[in-house]
Design a protein around this ligand. Structure first.
Ligand code: FHN
Length: 461
């Protein structure tokens, strides 16, 4: 008997050892994310049905806020789910478009503030399987496509604001830019008195009940049923308590390598990275914390049929290079239609960015911030190795005199080339810096990358 107990204990210990998961450090978890630099945000839900118009009126502000902005009653909003039938949804094509654009990860709204789950859930009937004619989980095939194309998948989850599941929070403040704007104004006395709600149906439960009945079980499902989840992207911590945040944060152990942002609850739950929204921070604002700028291509996150005010591919590529040169990531949004298609303007932008990235992506992926900050003519990123440093100078404004000067670069130069063509360039050095002699015409109308390999580390960092 004694022998048997000893043998069983030994087997148990062995098994424990084999299955014990190594706790990853933050640097280990952040490794892929810091190299990726570029990802796709997807805002998709029932709000793509009204697409910015309610009761014959075009509702101002961002499209996914239409229920709140127009104070649509719960029953009326939920009736619209019946029309959410994305028969043209092709997750394989979505992921391929992201990949071809040079993006390395996708973050999709598994549930936005309207509380509608794009996935099968037992916690609430307000989900795509139970509430729509479509009737199928939208995230399962997306996870499969991401796996196929080697793209990491993250879930956005509005943990506090939920305008349809009773008890969920509702912001008392609304402006054109949404919750993030500190100059927001309170809309009316009723919403102020009723914790931001406008329909008694929203108040059938307490916030604590909503957290236990909906948010906690749904996040558990998301972290259990979809394979590897790369990112949990919380949003708008309205009404969050430390207790609620702790319950949600504890679930993250289900995905030991997961990365989270700074929007679970403030203060006390800093997450792994900051989330400047619709803006690129100034160098002076950066404090060494990882960060990711999220941005719309037009003026809305969720689809609005009449918003055609798109940024140009040139602006977005320059944004990506500006962000990379400051050491951040760029999460660029697409708002698909209720049919399940990316708006044509978004597709064209993704294609154009992809063409540029295919040739010049080396200047973005796995790079670190510029040692010198910004240049009038463009941006710089760098890679360090044992043998030296590679600098990528992305030139937006081609110098008229054909000379690119880098004041302060005193290292010996091993090579200088045009990244796109491999053409070698002549350089002249002085005690003050380096001058690169450029071809007379810019090889790329958006940004031409000059790759310079130098000996040693950059000294004046
Ligand atoms: O209110 C949301 C908004 O709809 C959108 O999801 C953005 C994306 O970062 N986050 C909130 C505003 O800060």
């Amino acid at each position: 008997m004694k022998k048997l107990i000893i043998t069983l204990t030994a087997i148990l210990l062995l098994l424990q050892g084999a299955f014990a998961q190594k706790v990853l450090t933050k640097d280990e978890r952040m490794l892929w994310w810091r190299e990726a630099r570029f990802g796709m945000f997807i805002h998709w839900g029932v709000y793509s049905v009204p697409a910015g118009t309610w009761d014959g009126r075009q509702i101002g502000g961002i499209g996914e806020w239409i229920m709140n902005r127009a104070k649509i009653p719960v029953a009326d909003y939920q009736a619209m789910a019946k029309q959410f039938n994305p028969v043209k949804y092709d997750p394989d094509a979505w992921v391929k478009m992201a990949k071809d654009a040079g993006m390395k990860y996708i973050v999709i709204t598994s549930k936005h503030h309207d509380g509608f789950a794009l996935f099968e859930t037992k916690a609430s009937k307000w989900n795509v399987v139970d509430g729509t004619a479509y009737g199928k989980d939208l995230l399962k095939p997306l996870a499969a496509a991401c796996k196929k194309y080697g793209i990491r998948l993250g879930f956005y989850y509005s943990q506090a604001q939920d305008w349809n599941n009773p008890g969920g929070a509702a912001s008392r403040k609304v402006t054109k830019e949404g919750w993030a704007n500190p100059d927001s104004v309170i809309i009316d006395a009723y919403t102020k008195e009723h914790r931001g709600h406008w329909d008694p149906a929203q108040e059938k439960k307490t916030f604590a009940q909503y957290i236990d009945d909906v948010a906690v079980p749904e996040v558990k499902e998301l972290l259990t049923n979809y394979g590897d989840v790369a990112v949990l992207w919380w949003d708008t911590p309205t009404d969050m308590t430390d207790e609620a945040a702790t319950k949600l944060q504890t679930l993250l152990a289900l995905q030991p390598a997961i990365i989270t942002n700074d929007r679970l609850k403030r203060p006390n739950f800093a997450g792994d990275h900051k989330t400047p929204e619709q803006r690129i921070p100034n160098l002076a604002d950066l404090d060494g914390t990882d960060w990711e700028t999220c941005m719309t291509m037009n003026g809305t996150w969720g689809y609005k049929s009449y918003d055609h005010n798109y940024k140009t591919p040139e602006t977005l590529i320059h944004n990506l290079l500006d962000i990379a040169s400051k050491g951040g990531n760029f999460l660029l949004n697409v708002g698909p239609t209720d049919q399940g298609e990316f708006p044509p303007e978004s597709v064209d932008i993704l294609v154009r960015i992809g063409q540029w990235m295919k040739v010049n992506g080396e200047a973005v992926y796995g790079t670190k911030a510029s040692p010198w900050g910004l240049f009038d003519w463009g941006r710089c990123t760098k890679k360090e190795s044992k043998n030296g440093t590679t600098l990528y100078f992305s030139v937006f404004n081609w110098p008229a005199d054909g000379k690119l000067s880098i004041p302060g670069l005193k290292n010996g130069v091993s090579s200088a080339t045009v990244l796109a063509t491999g053409a070698r360039l002549r350089t002249t050095g002085s005690g003050l810096g380096l001058t690169i002699i450029l071809p007379s015409k810019a090889p790329d109308p958006i940004a031409s990358v000059i790759k310079v390999e130098v000996r040693g580390q950059i000294e004046n960092k």
